[in-house]
Design a protein around this ligand. Structure first.
Ligand SMILES: CC(C)(COP(=O)(O)OP(=O)(O)OC[C@H]1O[C@@H](n2cnc3c(N)ncnc32)[C@H](O)[C@@H]1OP(=O)(O)O)[C@@H](O)C(=O)NCCC(=O)NCCS
Length: 144
């Protein structure tokens, strides 16, 4: 289901999510994404029923970083569902889960040209930081 979801994303959404031009998840990444421990690595997926089949339409995940109390998040929504509130719902669940696991800070790295994500994350309360020497990316940070 996860692989089908990634294959179905537009090239732009895949590029913004993975910061590269991958068409599908390499085996190792697919395993990492789907075999989580629900504590240091958590993921939520949004699904719909379509023609008797469960289809993934969005996913948000976090993973603990080396910095104590800090996790890094990522999110992507199927193109046809973007702008319909799915992303907001997934982020709400993800932030709640991270807080419950004792994380204090959630951070993320996004491409500086990803205006939709920058707008979305600002509305969710994330602060944006431009990092010296990293003109292509912006760091997002939320106190949980
Ligand atoms: C950026 C992205 C995740 C947003 O997801 P989405 O499902 O389209 O977002 P939503 O529909 O939940 O949000 C839509 C609107 O509600 C706002 N919103 C959602 N939840 C909110 C909340 N809890 N509080 C305030 N505002 C909220 C959003 O900011 C946005 O505002 P707008 O209508 O003024 O634009 C999505 O466009 C996407 O998948 N992009 C490609 C992948 C990507 O760039 N990932 C980021 C790198 S990890």
């Amino acid at each position: 289901m996860e692989q089908e979801f990634v294959r179905h994303l537009s090239a732009d959404s895949r590029y913004f999510r993975f910061m590269g031009s991958l068409r599908e998840l390499p085996k190792k990444k697919l395993k990492l994404f789907t075999e989580i421990d629900y504590q240091r690595h958590m993921a939520f997926v949004a699904t719909i029923q379509s023609e008797g089949k469960e289809l993934e339409i969005g996913t948000a995940r976090y993973a603990a970083t080396d910095k104590p109390g800090t996790c890094e998040f990522a999110i992507v929504i199927d193109d046809a569902w973007q702008g319909s509130g799915v992303g907001g719902q997934l982020m709400y669940s993800l932030e709640t889960a991270a807080r419950e696991q004792g994380f204090k800070t959630m951070e993320g790295i996004v491409l500086a040209g990803n205006y939709k994500m920058l707008r979305f994350s600002r509305q969710l309360g994330f602060r944006c930081y431009h990092q010296p020497g990293e003109a292509d990316t912006v760091r997002l940070e939320l106190t949980l």
